[in-house]
Design a binder for this molecule. Structure first.
Ligand SMILES: Cc1ncc(COP(=O)(O)O)c(C=O)c1O
Length: 393
């Protein structure tokens, strides 16, 4: 049989992530002690009460059926969480939809909303599913460059009118992946205004809403007046409660969008395992002391990594949020050369920035998914690397 993937699939496939995995394996085969800072899967465990809830309900053989859109208690728990953490009021019946992780919703929304020929504004660099979802839907992508000189915010006024006339949706994420910058309330207010004028649906990915450091405020897009008229926000328990493998997340906001996505999903999946929903409810309605403790731990990882790099003369920017550092690489290297040489020589795995879009060239994404001692060691090895290859820093 001579079979190959569809044209869409062939357009989507990014080989860079696979190349990082291959290089990592090669380094391990050569006996290198690899410090893996490439993947964004939390190494911290979920809170024990969440695991207990999951175990308890899993023992009930009556809880193994399809759950469809999920139990209403989950929507109520999201309402509670959004009220407590972001001062946002949600109608749990109309403005919340359970998802199999936010990826599920992000991957499917474009197909539910976009027709061939429609444009979607996506951040460049951006989390890969944004672009992939539009490709699956047959839409056109208009990349919005996120540049350091603009504090990594898109310059909406620079988008050509001809593009805006055909634009149906825009995707934003603050703080995001790989760009960890924060947006202020004023920026979001401008986005709401812009979306109203141009009749554009705003999709805000808030997956890292609980990993915001240095006392900076956690600003939900939905907390801005008028946001629900034009947009939705995706969120998840993957990073907030370390439940990445227990696939559960949600989208909140504009009820029309929620209805459209729910209707599309009813053709695709039959809901999330009941015990996972109960575990998520326990997490979302907890006293949140877990979140405060976790934030401190990530912040000390961030400090260990950033100060370690700076000691070696590599002036990486301090990451204000998320589990990543978006680091500008020393001059004279491409992102791939730098990342691959770092794995080959020092066993440090990071992701080349161009894996996330053209504007990611010149950067690498470093995930803080190791304890501070390992991060300090990683920084020491990078120091060694920079000296050995006498890179201009
Ligand atoms: C920015 C961002 N959005 C969404 C996701 C998807 O997360 P999940 O599907 O586990 O909720 C990720 C995962 O890494 C992410 O980094």
């Amino acid at each position: 049989m001579n079979l190959y993937g569809s044209e869409k699939i062939r357009r989507m496939t990014s080989s860079i992530f696979q190349e990082v995995v291959d290089r990592k394996q090669e380094a391990m085969l050569k006996g290198k002690d690899v410090i893996d800072l490439s993947i964004g899967s939390p190494d911290f465990p979920p809170p024990p009460f969440v695991v207990d809830t999951l175990v308890e309900y899993s023992k009930d053989p009556g809880k193994y059926g399809y759950t469809l859109k999920g139990i209403s208690e989950f929507n109520e728990a999201v309402k509670y969480f959004y009220q407590q953490r972001y001062a946002v009021d949600l109608d749990d019946k109309r403005e919340v939809l359970q998802l199999m992780g936010s990826q599920d919703g992000l991957a499917h929304l474009a197909t539910a909303i976009i027709d061939p020929g429609d444009y979607v504004l996506v951040p460049d660099p951006g989390y890969p599913i944004y672009e992939a979802s539009v490709t699956i839907a047959g839409g056109n992508i208009y990349p919005m460059p996120l540049l350091e000189e603009n504090k990594f915010l898109p310059q909406l006024q620079e988008i050509p009118v001809e593009v805006l006339q055909k634009t149906k949706m825009m995707i934003l994420s603050y703080p995001g992946n790989p760009v960890t910058a924060l947006a202020d309330r004023q920026f979001f207010e401008g986005v709401v205004e812009f979306a109203k004028v141009h009749n554009i649906l705003v999709v805000h990915d808030f997956a890292y809403s609980e990993l915001i450091y240095d006392g900076n405020p956690r600003i939900s897009f939905l907390s801005v007046p008028g946001a629900k008229e034009v947009g939705v926000e995706f969120n998840s328990l993957s990073k907030t409660f370390n439940m990445a493998g227990c696939r559960i997340g949600y989208v909140a906001g504009n009820s029309q969008v929620i209805d459209i996505l729910a209707s599309f999903k009813s053709h695709i999946d039959y809901g999330i395992f009941y015990p996972i929903q109960k575990a998520a409810i326990a997490a979302l309605t907890s006293d949140f002391s877990f979140l405060e403790g976790q934030l401190k731990q990530y912040q000390s990882r961030r400090d260990a990594l950033v100060s370690g790099f700076r000691n070696s003369g590599w002036e990486v920017a301090n990451s204000p949020a998320t589990m990543f550092v978006w680091a500008k690489i020393p001059a004279g290297w491409s992102s791939r050369e730098f990342a691959f040489k770092l794995i080959d020589e020092e066993g440090i795995a990071v992701v080349p920035g161009d894996a996330f879009g053209k504007q990611g060239e010149g950067y690498v994404r470093i995930a803080m998914v190791q304890p501070p001692e390992r991060l300090t060691e990683a920084a020491q090895r990078v120091n060694q690397f920079l000296m050995e290859f006498s890179v201009g820093i």
